[in-house]
Design a protein. Sequence first.
Length: 148
Amino acid sequence: MCAENEVEILLVEDNLNDVELALRALKKNNIANSIVVLEDGEKALDFIYCRGEYEGRDINSHPRLILLDLKLPKVDGLEVLKVIKSDMNTKSIPVVMLTSSKQECDIVESYRLGVNSYIVKPVDFDNFVEAINKIGFYWLLMNEFKSC
């Protein structure tokens, strides 16, 4: 973990095994130095908008990338996405839906709400690690991102 004002990746995931795999993959390849992990959508919104336990955070310090699970407790991933992408202050933050859902309605709704990418989590360990590596490499190293 890191200082909350230097967040490169906000990982919103309630499955501890997937969190562990993602963290290992990112750290193994030195893709992200600062990662914050939250287990539900409500905490994610609190973090992004500096509410509740995160009220001391700099509201202008956005993550460079949000990896968002679809099926989350309290507030689901679609609702989190809807809030982020409907707000001019957070709309430009890249959001990658990283989920096990292959349902067409979830994919269509995610893109309708403004997701930048929709990736179905591979079941196989090596493929999951490779997917995380590619996501991190592209969004943090290849993609040009400037928050306005």
